[in-house]
Write a protein that binds this ligand. Structure first.
Ligand code: ATP
Length: 286
């Protein structure tokens, strides 16, 4: 029997709805088509067809729009192990002098497994948040002119271009400033698929609110007067992170109504009765 290589197979039971990402259906299916469709092809066949998997993608857009969420969920969809997460400013501050070594280490597990298992290797995902921080903008050195940023970028490039093609690596770069990203990193064979993740529209906002109130709804904690469509209408320019903040804030207003005098035990009984009403959301909005 043929054992499909984990690094080349999208989970067969994959469903977009399970990912808990609101309002990004188009973006997600676009990334899928451009970056992962090749991973549906069984490895042996992929080799025969000369298919080379995309090894790097760049997600860019305003803060709190779900870039990290998408990056992590891509890992789940592709059945990859827990992603390694690294953050630009952290690399520059914490690892001065040994930044190259740290980048090398990021890739070491994947290289080792590729050597040992070839196409049978699992997929290794590296999430590089705030990638702009290590990129040198023409003229001004990142990392306070220490050249640390340069060496990080060079090390990334050499890993992505390596003599031995790493089929089991997916580097996901993230930034709020695409214009700051070193162009060399964005070329073909490197972070070659670029996807803008922008603020959600009204429909997206409603989906996100729905996702973040799912558990409450399932447990009868959401009063029937809560109108997510209206809230979505009233939250223009909110990011996903801000919508999730809105739900948290509404919960805390609801909670306040149930915290009355008496013993702690009585309090717990009260709180068990708690329900969120539209008025809690409207207060939170204010
Ligand atoms: P940053 O650029 O600041 O790193 P980001 O784009 O990576 O932001 P996330 O960290 O993915 O944003 O979003 C923060 C939180 O906001 C998520 O963990 C999630 O709870 C919520 N969120 C953001 N966007 C969405 C979305 N589209 N659907 C559901 N939840 C979302």
């Amino acid at each position: 029997t043929r054992r499909p290589a984990a690094n080349s197979v999208v989970r067969p039971d994959f469903k977009f709805e399970d990912l808990g990402i609101g309002g990004l259906d188009t973006e997600f299916s676009d990334i899928f088509r451009r970056a992962f469709a090749s991973r549906i092809v069984p490895p042996g066949l992929a080799q025969k067809m000369g298919i080379q998997h995309v090894r790097g993608i760049l997600l860019y857009g305003p803060p709190g729009t779900g870039k990290t969420l998408i990056a992590r969920q891509i890992g789940k969809m592709l059945n990859a192990r827990e992603p390694k997460v690294i953050n630009g400013p952290e690399v520059l501050n914490k690892y001065v002098g040994q930044s190259e070594e740290n980048i090398r280490k990021l890739f070491a597990d994947a290289e080792k497994e590729q050597k040992e298992k070839g196409d049978e290797s699992g997929l290794h995902i590296i999430i590089f948040d705030e990638l702009d921080a290590v990129c040198k903008q023409r003229g001004s050195g990142a990392g306070g002119g220490t050249g640390v940023g340069d060496s990080v970028v060079n090390q990334l490039l050499s890993k992505l271009d390596g003599v031995e093609q790493l089929n089991n690596i997916l580097l996901i770069g993230m930034t709020n400033r695409k214009d700051m990203i070193d162009e060399a990193l964005l070329r073909s064979g490197r972070l070659e698929v670029h996807m803008e993740i922008s603020l959600p529209d009204e429909h997206g906002r409603q989906q996100i609110l729905k996702i973040h109130t799912t558990v409450m709804r399932q447990n009868g904690k959401l009063a029937p007067d809560v109108d997510l469509a209206q809230l979505a209408h009233q939250t223009r320019n909110f990011s996903g992170a801000e919508l999730s903040g809105l739900v948290r804030s509404a919960s805390s207003f609801a909670l306040q109504r149930y915290i009355k005098g008496g013993t702690v035990a009585a309090l717990a009984d009260n709180v068990a009765e708690m329900q969120l009403h539209m008025s809690d959301f409207l207060r939170a909005l204010e």
